[in-house]
Design a protein around this ligand. Sequence first.
Ligand code: FAD
Length: 179
Amino acid sequence: MTKDPQEEPSDDKPLFGSTGRKIIYDKDGKPCRSCNTLLDFKMAGGSLMGALSTKKPSLAKDSVPETYKQEPPDVEQLGKSTWTFLHSVAATYPESPSPSQQDDMRQFMNIFGKIYPCWFCAKDFQKWSSKNEPKVKTQEEFGRWLCDAHNEVNAKLGKPKFDCNLWKQRWKDGWDEGK
Ligand SMILES: Cc1cc2nc3c(=O)[nH]c(=O)nc-3n(C[C@H](O)[C@H](O)[C@H](O)COP(=O)(O)OP(=O)(O)OC[C@H]3O[C@@H](n4cnc5c(N)ncnc54)[C@H](O)[C@@H]3O)c2cc1C
């Protein structure tokens, strides 16, 4: 059985970051980049320079385009981009999917829960979706299920609940405020 990385605490490592959140470590004992905010990751001793400066010292700085020089995603950036992707997938899911399209979506969400890069987020998501199986019979059903999944995380983080009656305006139709 794989050991939960968080079960291996170490005396000389900070338990909490400056944001007040618990610092999450990977199996190798290093702070998990995609599980912490950038600030907490820095505080826990995670390298800020990343591969560009450490693995390729001979690369002339000027030869690296400015657009490359961004930090790998922290838990918030990864989350926001992933929710954008997932809700957009719901927005383009067929209104009446065939049985095989429904199977694909079930499988996709199942695999998603196993590979999401923030391991402790993935664990909670898997736990929630095992009790709340993906609803994939229609686009509306799937969009609402995803909205509920997102609200579960919002609640965990103390964020306001999103009104799921509005998921389609937010992720598919837009608000049409000129009307
Ligand atoms: C599967 C998963 C699990 C996660 N688990 C954790 C975790 O355990 N701990 C952690 O710190 N972070 C977790 N995250 C990241 C977290 O959910 C946020 O993405 C992150 O905190 C950034 O939040 P945000 O305020 O930018 O908005 P996000 O929560 O990223 O939302 C982006 C936008 O989606 C819209 N929105 C909000 N709620 C809903 C909803 N219910 N339905 C539809 N649209 C909505 C809003 O317009 C919002 O601005 C997880 C992300 C994912 C994808």
